[in-house]
Design a protein around this ligand. Structure first.
Ligand SMILES: [Fe+2]
Length: 481
């Protein structure tokens, strides 16, 4: 029996499974010149499909983790990709077929793998304490060798974490050399528990705060400021009975509320301040910052479900609504639980990123994927956070981009002064490019453009790691406040 993927549109055209581990020494330079200060690695993670599932309900956020690395050294760029050899991947490789069920629903898996985590390590790649990790929020991290991308195994943070999983959206404080992270549904599927963790630069646990959310919702991303950790909890809820019956892991509950927990980073569960709003949702936060008595959270906000593949709690389809970059303002001194919302920029955008040295502080600019067209095209956007004005670089017709990565020009350069790394999908030509754009002048287009001979099929999130950090194991950026 051969490999046959279903006729799910997910597997057509650009989405066709690639299933390829690559090693390209020296990418072809198409135009421009690589800035000579760029030295380090850009690690990214995304999904691909090891085997066909045999079902027709696969979704784009599922699939086995593939880690990608663009290595900048000696004036050139090399590319490598490797599967993350999770327990799930290895079990399927041994069987020669898919064994795991629909997205995050272990009750739909083959009974032979009932004891094995479904974690696919397909969402993000981060670097901390000299270690490279591939992350997905339903499992603990997988550690990889940063040089070979070989999988070293599941990582439990030196045995100190009690949660069964870890978020794929931690924040690395590259100035204080800290890992700020969390887990939700932290005691297992459909549990209400959230735990916030801070690890120091040597990987030791500095702080741990457990608290409970009002329902087992989705908490895909969070944000931090110097004094607070901010957890938006959206009404995309896991019902254990539903998943036991083979249903979807999340359903969208339009009659529920979104909740926001603001947790003092040195507090306890009793210090959490709660806010409540409509049944909005978001996948991704841009940034948060404190001002006067308020905490501000900037995020790509949907006035409904952020995933159109979700059904409501009554089994109805969810409506499409555009993600609008918005600011939520929470007054920490008020008695009520309401908060204010204002749109920052009207153009729909997603995968927001910043100069990450300034996460938690007021920033001047955000970087986004903008203009997602019906034909799959998109562009790089740079949003002025004070005016809402957006500057754009479009990679051209029938082209789309992955989440951008900001790289400071120097460890102590001003906020936003640096480069943007962007993977470009050439949809008709069936290959990818790597664009390096000056963040100070994105409309000028790439200062250097490299070409890959094949697709980088899909990546969600990633991290730039300077060569010095890989060598020392420590982040040593500067924040000019
Ligand atoms: Fe994400």
């Amino acid at each position: 029996m051969g490999i046959v993927f279903s006729d799910n549109p997910l597997f057509e055209n650009w989405g066709r499974p690639l299933r390829l581990e690559s090693n390209i020494i020296g990418l072809e330079l198409v135009s421009g010149e690589l800035p000579d200060t760029l030295s380090g690695c850009w690690f990214r993670a995304g999904p691909d499909w090891q085997y066909p599932s045999g079902r027709d309900d696969d979704i784009f956020i599922d699939g086995e983790g593939m880690v990608h690395r663009f290595k900048f050294e000696n004036g050139g760029v090399s590319y490598r990709s490797r599967w993350v050899r999770t327990a799930r991947f290895q079990a399927q490789e041994k069987a020669g077929r898919a064994l795991f069920g629909k997205y995050r629903n272990r009750y739909t898996s083959d009974p032979s793998v009932a004891h094995i985590s479904m974690g696919a390590a397909n969402t993000n790649a981060i670097f901390h304490d000299g270690k490279l990790f591939a992350l997905k929020e339903d499992d603990l991290p997988y550690e990889l060798d940063p040089d070979t991308l070989e999988t070293l195994g599941r990582y439990d943070h030196k045995g100190v974490v009690k949660s069964v999983c870890m978020s794929a959206h931690p924040k690395i404080d590259t100035v204080e050399d800290k890992l700020l992270t969390y887990a939700y549904q932290a005691k297992g599927d459909a549990t209400n528990d959230i735990v916030y963790y801070e690890f120091n630069g040597d990987g030791a646990l500095d702080n741990e705060i457990w608290f409970e959310m009002p329902f087992p919702g989705m908490v895909h991303d969070f944000s931090v400021t110097p004094h607070y950790a901010i957890f938006p909890i959206f009404p995309m809820i896991t019902d254990l009975e539903r998943i036991k019956q083979g249903g979807d892991f999340y359903a969208y509950y339009p009659d529920e509320n979104m909740h926001v927990a603001i947790v003092p980073r040195r507090g306890t569960a009793k210090d959490v301040k709660w806010f409540k709003g409509p049944a909005w949702s978001a996948g991704h936060m841009l940034n948060a910052f404190e001002k006067d008595d308020c905490v501000n959270l900037d995020l790509c906000l949907y006035e409904g479900s952020c995933f159109t593949f979700l059904k409501t709690d009554k089994g109805e389809p969810t409506a499409f609504c555009p993600p609008i970059l918005s600011r939520l303002t929470f007054n920490m001194k008020q008695h009520g639980d309401e908060f204010a919302r204002r749109p920052i920029m009207p153009v729909p955008c997603e995968m927001p990123r910043t100069d990450d040295r300034y996460q938690g502080y007021p920033i001047s600019h955000g970087f986004v994927i903008a203009y997602r067209g019906q034909d799959g095209t998109s562009a790089l956007g740079k949003v002025d956070m004070s005016t809402g004005e957006m500057k754009v670089w479009s990679p051209g017709p029938r082209s789309s981009i992955h989440e951008p990565q900001f790289v400071p020009r120097a460890p102590d350069s001003p906020e936003g002064d640096g480069w943007l790394l962007v993977i470009v999908n050439r949809l008709d030509e069936n290959h990818s490019d790597l664009a390096i754009v000056d963040a100070n002048d994105i409309e000028a287009g790439p200062v250097a453009l490299f070409s890959l001979p094949m697709r980088v099929r899909s990546t969600f999130h990633g991290t730039w790691v300077p060569a010095e950090t890989i060598a020392t194991g420590h982040h040593a950026m500067r924040r000019m406040l």
